[in-house]
Design a protein around this ligand. Structure first.
Ligand SMILES: Cc1ncc(COP(=O)(O)O)c(C=O)c1O
Length: 366
């Protein structure tokens, strides 16, 4: 296993989010190996939200990105990304932000997703009056039931509307298969194939109607391995692979290393079996049930007794040596994306295990 001990950890005020450059580099290489290169990879940057990590991806040859917010898109455009998909439904005042971005970076191939006729009309009106052309993909619901038009005729109707709308350019189909995540590998593959089949059939329907489908973009970390092999899928868009977490790591076989851990100190231990860490819900993903993290060096049998903003109270299994105030623990978050969003900056750990600099989480928030 990767050695997470930081040689100069005493220099880091805790709690702190650590990013291990060697583990990030490993994960970038690993996904390239899984996919035979980066030509069909459009990583979702919602996991890291950082220009420095996006630069590491670009340096290795990744040249297209997916993101969730106009702020993430602006960060990507500012560092020279030329192909950016905002995989989010842009409505209301956010339309103006996207139009402004297109005006500021006319050479960036900027795309959004949509699943609603009125929203498409509003995008068209704004783009027409601003004199810009915006790419739009139809978001297709293949089973997650969060967003997305139903496959088949409803998606075809939206594709036709986009293709006929001034200021818009129909690019293709977008699918997020967040319902694909079974523990069982065979079941996961089956759900992934069933999901993507609905999108591929919809692609054929749209093409038969005479509209060109430039691309079908699909999948997150549990499904991409399977969907990337399907005819009719052009790109896959996993995000969590870059840092990995126990939420996925505990159920999926994968070559990825945990690359973002929280360094936490013991701040109180007034009872032999209880220990209080300084990493509460302001430091570790606020959106997960217990266990919120795995503490390296502590048993998985620890009980998560209570969590407040700055406190995490743990009960240790019988026989566990009592930690001392000031002892440090490395916590692997259960959900790394929402963990990263809590931090203004990360402490960067170099290949020699030294804390060397900080990087801004410059696209966190909205
Ligand atoms: C639209 C969309 N695409 C891709 C992803 C990436 O998925 P994962 O975190 O499984 O890598 C997400 C994650 O929430 C998402 O919402």
């Amino acid at each position: 296993m990767f050695d997470y001990r930081v040689k100069n950890a005493e220099e880091i005020p805790t709690p702190a989010l650590l990013v291990y450059k060697a583990a990030v580099a490993h994960n970038i290489r690993a996904i390239g190996d899984m996919m035979g290169g980066y030509a069909r990879l459009r990583p979702h940057i919602k996991t890291h939200k950082m220009s420095q990590i996006a630069r590491m991806e670009m340096d290795e040859g990744i040249d297209k990105f997916k993101c969730a917010t106009p702020k993430e898109a602006a960060m990507l455009a500012a560092i020279g990304a030329t192909d950016v998909l905002i995989s989010y439904h842009i409505v209301g005042a956010n339309i103006g932000r996207v139009v402004d971005l297109k005006r500021l970076y006319p050479d960036v191939d900027l795309k959004v997703i949509a699943d609603d006729g009125d929203a498409i009309q509003a995008l068209s009106d704004a783009c027409t009056s601003a004199g810009v052309s915006l790419g739009v993909m139809v978001d297709v619901n293949t089973g997650m039931d969060r967003t997305g038009a139903l496959p088949g005729a409803p998606s075809l109707a939206l594709a036709q509307q986009i293709a006929q709308s001034s200021g818009l350019c129909f690019v293709g189909l977008h699918v997020y298969d967040g319902h694909v995540g079974d523990f069982d590998a065979d079941m996961r593959q089956k759900t992934a194939f069933e999901s993507i089949e609905r999108a591929v059939e919809t692609r054929c329907l749209i093409e038969q109607s005479g509209i060109e489908v430039e691309k079908l973009v699909a999948s997150g970390s549990p499904g991409f391995e399977h969907t990337q092999r399907v005819d009719g899928v052009d790109e896959v868009s996993p995000g969590t692979w870059i840092f990995w977490d126990t939420g996925y790591g505990d159920k999926l076989e994968s070559p990825f290393e945990w690359a973002a851990l929280i360094l936490s100190s013991v701040i109180s231990t007034t009872r032999a079996d209880l220990v209080t860490l300084d990493a509460g819900s302001k430091s570790v993903a606020p959106d997960t049930p217990v266990p919120h993290f795995r503490a390296l060096g502590l048993s998985d049998e620890i009980a998560f007794v209570r969590r407040n903003e700055e406190h995490q109270l743990l009960q240790l299994p019988e026989g566990t040596p009592r930690p001392r105030v000031g002892d440090q623990f490395y916590l692997v978050p259960r959900h790394v994306c929402t963990t990263v969003n809590l931090w203004d900056e990360v402490c960067v750990i170099d290949e020699d295990g030294m804390f060397v600099e900080t990087w801004a989480v410059d696209a966190r928030g909205h």
